[in-house]
Design a protein around this ligand. Sequence first.
Ligand code: NAP
Length: 294
Amino acid sequence: MAAKILDGEAFATRLHRETSARVAKLKARGTVPGLVFIRVGEDPASRAYVSRKEKRAQEVGISSRTLVLPASTPLHSLLKEIDALNADPKVHGILIQSPLPPALPNDLVYAHVSPAKDVDGFHPVNFGKLLLGDPTGFLPCTPAGILEILRLGEIPTAGKHAVVVGRGQIVGRPLALLLARKGPGADCTVTLAHSRTAHLSEITRQADILVAALGRPLFLQQEHVKPGATVIDVGVNRLADPADPRGYRLVGDVDFASVRSVAGAITPNPGGVGPMTIALLLSNTARAAEDFSR
Ligand code: NAP
């Protein structure tokens, strides 16, 4: 039987509708949710990501703008810009687009954003709240988007074995913690695999829910997947392709063509996790504005 397609675009459209309604309520009370993107340097992929997010923000009624800084921006100038946004009552969410130029220390920069405006969920205070199960924090958008894919796709989680491949700070590690939480949409038994994991395919074949967040093009093949498993593909990778005018095409961490015939449910890529990440960013921004206007 063909795998059920977990259509991230369609789920994201549902979430955008809910966010639009919340934004309309805020505006009726006199609060226009504001989101500012900070982009440092001219990385073409970052430029494309930010303009996609900005467009969606405007569609749901969030006022958004992008602060573009040269790649040579010194740390103290960037921190000063963040200070000004932290203090601006019209700004409810701040997103620093990665990657930052190598001279700028990621951890220091992300920790400078006010935790109340950290709609990306990267601040240590918000990460700590995730760890403690404190719902007042912001969850990181990609892991939270994956939980929503499982919920909207009606994939049971309680008692299931989830294997997350990749222990990165933005996706794998927080997602493993979220799936292991007590309560609806979680209660999984979780294995967190990484580049030093021995016998990876034996482990992934035990997964009821298999998440690929390793950043290796088309890495997960049919032999990694138990028949009927739910497969979530987070990866965004460039694969050289002379037939494409850009010289490359974007592919996930999962070989969709081979895995879809064995999986029970699977996210397409593109059109799976990516749109849900944006949907959660905008939902977090509406939350930040709601908290501010209380
Ligand atoms: P990351 O921080 O570089 O982490 C990658 C993880 O994968 C590491 O834990 C690494 O193990 C593990 N890994 C690498 N090669 C492996 C292998 N052969 N076998 C098993 N594990 C392996 O990356 P990330 O930021 O988490 O991102 C992961 C992917 O998701 C990237 O393709 C990124 O572009 C994509 N992404 C997509 C979205 C979205 O919205 N769709 C959002 C964020 C990220 P070690 O820890 O041992 O090095």
